[in-house]
Design a protein around this ligand. Structure first.
Ligand code: PMP
Length: 385
């Protein structure tokens, strides 16, 4: 069995089996624990043992055999799933997509003219880290310039633009395309959720700079591993320099573990894990949608059924998050509305959207999801009274 070091807020006792009434349900974090049962089933084949003498050296990861093999497996994975074209692309590793996002901003931004920093933009609702990170790392080369739509027909001729495109989008699960066009625009495609668990895959992505992460693919968020596929060699070199100066590359232990995980995923050409992931996400979305279908107070985002080239069927939605809207005039702050019922979501305002919206995570463990569902059901039942 799995050792338990801490119960979540809704359970107590030595086995975390005792329910705590009136507890606070955490639907805030995007920690993808829904995949844990898959890995419990594959515990032996996914295990790694690292003896003390193994891989001690600084030796730069890009030249080592393990990273060559890992890159080969990443290419194989994309080819198998059909979600990204890796032909002619360089691959770089990072400590999660988080590190790669800023490495990409750094590499694409203007270095020659400090009077005109690159404008970093994203479409609302956007993943808050784009703004937070860009502001935190404060650079003469770039600055966060708000939502993309503000610049669409109004680009300033002296500036370069870097547009974040998140597809499917966090928080609302929509498949997205770049909005800005022209020679002064570069894009970072954050494809963290472009896997069959969370979305139909209509066609392979074929963009200049694409970022992926093991966190949302296999659920191993704690391993801190992401990768980027990069078309342009100079951009790749600048990203390598960033990695070298910030952390001197991704821990080799992490690379070994990720290689082992990808081998297990690829054993069945990904079928087993993606079927497990899709069924889990699909069931959760179906259950939540059903409960909310009779509500006049809350609504969910609309998501289309689409053809999926991986599963070869016309597929129903299975998003990682619910983007919930409080419909009533008086419920202006949806986060507070849910909080009074002991549900903690993530405030819409953090995503650049109205406070009428709140994001609810659907990727947590089954226990956490079941509690969220119960609480939402209670809220909807109360509405009818
Ligand atoms: N991009 C998006 C859209 C995300 O939702 C997340 C994780 N919440 C990340 C990037 C960062 O992932 P990682 O764990 O690889 O740093």
């Amino acid at each position: 069995g799995k050792p338990i070091c801490e119960c979540n807020a809704c359970f107590k006792g030595p086995d975390c089996a005792e329910f705590v009434p009136d507890c606070v349900v955490d639907a805030d974090s995007g920690d993808p624990m829904f995949l844990e049962p898959f890995w419990l089933k594959h515990a032996a084949s996914s295990a790694v043992v690292v003896p003390g003498w193994h891989r001690m050296s600084y030796e730069f990861s890009d030249c080592s055999l393990i990273s060559k093999e890992l890159k080969m497996h990443i290419r194989k994975l994309h080819a198998t799933v059909g979600n990204a074209n890796t032909d002619g692309r360089y691959i770089i590793f990072g400590a999660g997509a988080t590190q790669l996002l800023n490495a990409a901003v750094h590499s694409l931004s203007s270095h020659d003219d400090p009077s005109s920093p690159s404008r970093i933009v994203a479409s609302v609702p956007y993943y808050p880290v784009y703004r937070e990170q860009t502001q935190f790392f404060e650079s003469n080369n770039y600055k966060f310039s708000g939502e993309t739509s503000k610049w669409k027909d109004n680009m300033d001729s002296l500036s370069n633009y870097i547009e974040f495109v998140t597809s499917p989008n966090n928080p609302d699960g929509q498949l997205k395309k770049a909005v800005l066009q022209g020679p002064s625009v570069k894009t970072i495609h954050d494809l963290a959720y472009f896997w069959p668990h969370f979305t139909p895959i209509p066609a392979p992505a074929d963009e200049d700079l694409m970022v992926f992460t093991i966190s949302k693919l296999t659920g191993h968020a704690g391993s801190r591993f992401g990768w980027a596929l990069i078309k342009n060699e100079a951009v790749y070199q600048r990203m390598l320099a960033y990695m070298s100066l910030s952390t001197h590359g991704v821990p080799r232990e992490t690379q070994l573990r990720v290689l082992k995980l990808l081998k297990v995923v690829l054993e069945e050409k990904g079928r087993e894990m993606f079927e497990f992931g899709y069924e889990a996400m699909r069931n959760r979305w179906k259950k939540l949608s059903k409960i909310l279908s009779i509500s006049k107070r809350f609504s969910l985002q609309d998501l289309e059924h689409q053809n999926c080239s991986f599963s070869k069927i016309f597929r129903a939605p299975s998003p990682a998050f619910a983007w919930l809207k409080c419909e009533k005039e008086e419920d202006k702050n949806c986060f507070e509305v849910l909080k009074t019922s002991n549900i903690i979501g993530r405030e819409g305002s953090l995503f650049g959207a109205e406070s009428r919206f709140v994001r609810l995570s659907l990727v947590q463990s089954q226990d956490d999801f079941d509690l969220l569902l119960q609480r939402m059901e209670t809220l909807v039942v109360l509405e009818e009274k």
